[in-house]
Write a protein that binds this ligand. Structure first.
Ligand SMILES: Nc1ncnc2c1ncn2[C@@H]1O[C@H](COP(=O)(O)OP(=O)(O)OP(=O)(O)O)[C@@H](O)[C@H]1O
Length: 261
């Protein structure tokens, strides 16, 4: 432990984490229903998984995150950012290495599961319950969540099914629901890429508040400005490896030099 880390409270420790996906080469694309079905059939028949390809998505990543930090994850497409977040959230097993977390991590992705046939209103309640809020807490926060999302700025959209929302509107509502709760470890995957500048500013301000409320925030984004405005530390992944871990300005400058982005 470095001297500067003494007295700080670790919230997430990744220790030499490796994550490997196993992909059936034959049927369908990754995670497709056909691939899943053929896996089940083979398992029922007691057959071994032939033709399975391995994708080594995260390779020996180690870091310690502390309470009060907002950490950006950057790197080119397919570099392992979402995979690492999903492992921290406990949604993916590690092949080797370990992830230790203090408190309950919550992963907020633009694809977070809300029910598209239900109204925005019902989804606020369901999302709140799923995050462990009581009905009373949800009722008290309901109007704040709707106002924050800006869904009703141009009419009563919150009473319509979510399938009628644009992808930006859906992402804004998901962020508003997740941001209503105080999180020990909040992980946000690209949520800020959607929504207009006004909504992005509101989200960034809320992330700063969440940090003050003593949590740790991880933010995956391809938008260097969002990362600069929100994070004080950045992890740069490439091909599953941690290339650089340091203060935002230094890491983003190196990333921009390397990639021209
Ligand atoms: N469900 C899956 N099954 C098999 N391989 C996967 C799966 N999800 C991701 N991968 C592979 O793992 C690697 C890392 O993907 P990941 O989605 O974590 O990258 P990323 O950095 O988040 O990318 P992006 O910036 O494009 O969102 C890629 O090679 C990808 O093809």
């Amino acid at each position: 432990m470095a001297d500067s880390d003494r007295g700080r409270i670790p919230t997430v420790i990744a220790d030499n984490v490796h994550i490997v996906y196993r992909v059936n080469g034959g049927a369908g694309g990754k995670g497709s229903a056909t691939a899943a079905l053929s896996r089940i059939i083979r398992r029922r028949k007691g057959q071994t998984e032939r033709g399975v390809r391995k994708v080594h998505a995260v390779r020996g990543v180690s870091f310690t995150a502390y309470r009060g930090e907002a950490i950006g994850l950057i790197g080119s497409n397919g570099s392992g950012k979402s995979t690492l977040l999903r492992a921290i959230a406990g949604l993916l097993p590690t092949e080797s290495g370990k992830v230790y977390t203090d408190g309950q991590p919550s992963l907020l992705g633009v694809n977070a599961a809300l029910m598209s046939d239900l109204t925005g209103e019902r989804n606020v309640i369901l999302g709140g319950l799923a995050m462990g809020m009581s009905r009373e807490q949800i009722k008290n926060r309901y109007q704040d969540i709707v106002d924050f999302s800006g869904i009703n700025e141009k009419g009563d959209f919150i009473s319509l099914p979510m399938r009628t929302y644009s992808s930006g509107m859906g992402a804004r509502l998901r962020f508003a629901i997740a941001a209503a709760k105080q999180h020990d470890v909040l992980m946000i995957d690209e949520a800020l890429a959607t929504g207009d500048r006004k909504f992005q500013n509101r989200s960034e301000a809320r992330i700063r508040e969440l940090r003050k409320e003593a949590g740790t925030v991880f933010l995956v984004s391809h938008n260097n400005k969002s990362i600069r405005d929100t994070c004080d530390r950045v992890l740069w992944l490439e091909k599953g490896e941690l290339l650089m871990d340091g203060p935002t300005d230094e890491v983003i400058a190196a990333y921009e030099r390397e990639t021209g982005k």
